[in-house]
Design a binder for this molecule. Sequence first.
Ligand SMILES: Cc1cc2nc3c(=O)[nH]c(=O)nc-3n(C[C@H](O)[C@H](O)[C@H](O)COP(=O)(O)O)c2cc1C
Length: 348
Amino acid sequence: MSKSFWQDQIHHHEKLVFLAPMDGYWDSAYRQSMKRISPHVFCISEFYSADGLIHSKFLADSVLPHQTIEDPLIIQIFGKDPEVFAKAAKIISDPSYNIAGIDVNMGCPAKKVVRSGHGSSLLINENTAFDIVKALDEATHLPISVKTRLSFDGNQDLIKFAQWLQKAGAKLITIHGRTAKQAYTWNADFTNIYELKKNLDIPVIGNGDVENYDDGMSKIQNLDGFMIWRKSFWNPWAFLGTKHFESGIWKDHISWFKNGIYHPTLGEMLEAMDFHAEKLVATKGEKKWSLEIRKHLVQYIKSFPWVKEYRKRLVTTESYGQTQETIAELRNKFSADLLKRPGLGEIE
Ligand SMILES: Cc1cc2nc3c(=O)[nH]c(=O)nc-3n(C[C@H](O)[C@H](O)[C@H](O)COP(=O)(O)O)c2cc1C
């Protein structure tokens, strides 16, 4: 990948659509599950400590390798020491990992993170923020991007901060439309993000409270793209919009695309669960897998009326075999309902 990666993407896509990073969940298997349905989505990994990456080859070898379907993959890192970031960049840039870009977390509001001088605390340490982006930009051929917030507590100047990062070498910036102090309360506000775009040359991505693809397209106005997190939870269909149902492979499914949301059949949900489980075992191995899958699979069928009965089994599963048995049982028991859509209340 080259430094012009994001500018090139802007020319190839109407708008850029991102799966927002989520610490603790967005691993290779999750990303593969999303991209299988929505190949147009750009994935940013959950954040990893820059320090951790340079001291643990095990960490690097666990989180950087990925499958072709996830490409182009952006790795997000956090920290506070520009030299450490530069060293981490060298590791991430190893051609064998085939990473497309490095994103710096300057938005996390968690107390522990802020106290350590990481995440959103960089919004009030502009010089360190500048040095980090500059050190990264000089250390790698990969494009550097930043994900941050409107401000730390409402008292900082977003335009000045972003222009400063652009000067340091940032090639794309994502703004979550809340201050760090607001954390996840209040409504996200894009007003200052539209204003910021008028004052920057690099692509600007808006994030916060985007409901689905169509909602994102209507909200972004002059921005270059949007990012969705909560509304895409175990819903790889959240990134499909009117545009995708008007032509191409989704055209025949347009009747079940209502108010910006696609309602999958029970059969499609079970297929998504199967795929996710299989990829988790393939990437993490059976031992680690069984604990991780517990928090994922049940989410796919949350709109299914009988979910309670199956939730318990899915969240206590001990092995891949047991999970496969549960999915097979759902398929058998509801064999006449596989083409029905739980989200539309078609199964009683
Ligand atoms: C539990 C949790 C984990 C998150 N992990 C990350 C992360 O690793 N990196 C990051 O930049 N943002 C992270 N975020 C923020 C989201 O990516 C996103 O910016 C925020 O939820 C707003 O988007 P939404 O309204 O679409 O949910 C996290 C948020 C939460 C609540």
